[in-house]
Design a protein around this ligand. Sequence first.
Ligand code: SF4
Length: 366
Amino acid sequence: MDTLNSGSGKLVGLSFEMGPIRPPSEGGSYSLLIRVTRNCPWNQCTFCYGRPYDHEKFQMRSVDEVKADIDTAGLLCDEIKNVSWELGYNGDINTQVGTALIRRMPQLGNSHSFINVFNWLHSGARTAFLQDADTPIIPTPRLVEIIRYLREKFPSLERVTSYARAKTIFKKKEEDLKDLSCAGLTRLHIGLETGDDELLWKVKKGVTAEEHIVAGRKVMEAGMELSEYIMPGLGGRAMSRQHAENTARVLNAINPDFIRSRPFTPLPGTPLFDVYMNNELELLSPHECLEEMKILIAGLDVTSRICFDHFRNPSYLNAPGQLVHLLKQDYDGYKLPEEKGSLLEFIEKGLRIGEEKFLKTESYQL
Ligand code: SF4
């Protein structure tokens, strides 16, 4: 069943540009990755410092460049589907097709473009993610053109998402956001990190709590879904309570579709790592982090889903020495307010488990 006669060899030469990161939830849905800009236009947050992008300079790609990448992704789809037909699978993209392709052309196993498109097709070709850190910063008509082109090329897409800086959205006109929504941009991922103004200023987020609120509301009013990322532990011991309380306050004012927890860890190469190494930042212990999360969750008055879909969320070793996630790490998390009580019970359970059993924040330095 795996004899390939066609021009599937073309697959080896087909590649398009991809950025280094995407949200875990987009990995979970095997989103097609289309790079619209390169790197981060801000690069100043002291816990990040553009680290995921190797501190490279921000660049906008031309509409033609991005369209050419979309075309290449389309050619990859066509070639993969041709092979499926040849193998008798009627265009269905399954693991047998993938195995046959890799057996014939082992180089495909190293092709990020092939792997991305294959997995995307295999999972139903329903979602796409526009890279990199702040796509809406490009002029709206250009982004509208790209999204329309992407949607025309791949009508199976149900969701098209992107990262965005709150400051960019704050400055953008409502009409522009509505245009993007109408063109088919369906969800934005925004790094709130904290709703505390003092901490926002300290970590050089470049945006105030009020601007976060305005930006978040604008996204939702434009008809897009919104994921807000929060960073438990970012303020260390000294700012833990104000961080939790003000983050809850800002989230209550926005009421986003998703709240996603990304506990803080000092990453080498960032200014905040140096602060930590100079003993100017006391990290939260595992129980202190749970106490902070408890204050935040108790203070939430939202209808959002709160998700712990990242490995840095609390995990501990049980008696047989297996790693157990205290909170489920799936992409849909817990629905508020319905599951608030059980969520707080999980946290209480965590507080009854010896601190020494939890993985420490520092152990996640990657
Ligand atoms: S805006 Fe995002 S990517 Fe850019 S430096 Fe801040 S956290 Fe990092």
